[in-house]
Design a protein around this ligand. Structure first.
Ligand SMILES: [Zn+2]
Length: 104
């Protein structure tokens, strides 16, 4: 039985390796961006994963995979719901920035 810390360390390695593999195959991915379904931030495609209808950035993939490994979440929707508050905050910040741009 692995400890929680071991599982997290292992997942960090696995998920970072996914990103490196992506970049090895397609280096241009580093500069291709999308809006993560989970954290709502604009992130690089490198290391992102499509889970059903959602695409998650590498950081959120780590959260998702660690959540699965630790049995904290059943599916990606659980994680997305848990991140909802943070995502709304992101959207609000984005709107604020946009307003500032318009005002200047
Ligand atoms: Zn994300």
């Amino acid at each position: 039985m692995k400890s929680k810390e071991e599982i997290i360390a292992e997942m960090q390695q696995v998920v970072e390796q996914m990103r490196l593999d992506d970049l090895e195959e397609r280096p241009e991915l580093e500069y291709e961006y999308f809006d993560c379904s989970c954290c709502g931030q604009t992130k690089s495609y490198a290391g992102s994963i499509q889970y059903g209808e959602y695409r998650l950035c590498n950081d959120c993939v780590l959260l998702a995979e660690t959540g699965f490994a630790l049995n904290k979440i059943k599916d990606v929707t659980d994680l997305i719901n848990a991140m909802e508050d943070r995502r709304l905050e992101e959207i609000c910040n984005f709107i604020k920035q946009d307003e500032q741009r318009h005002n200047n």
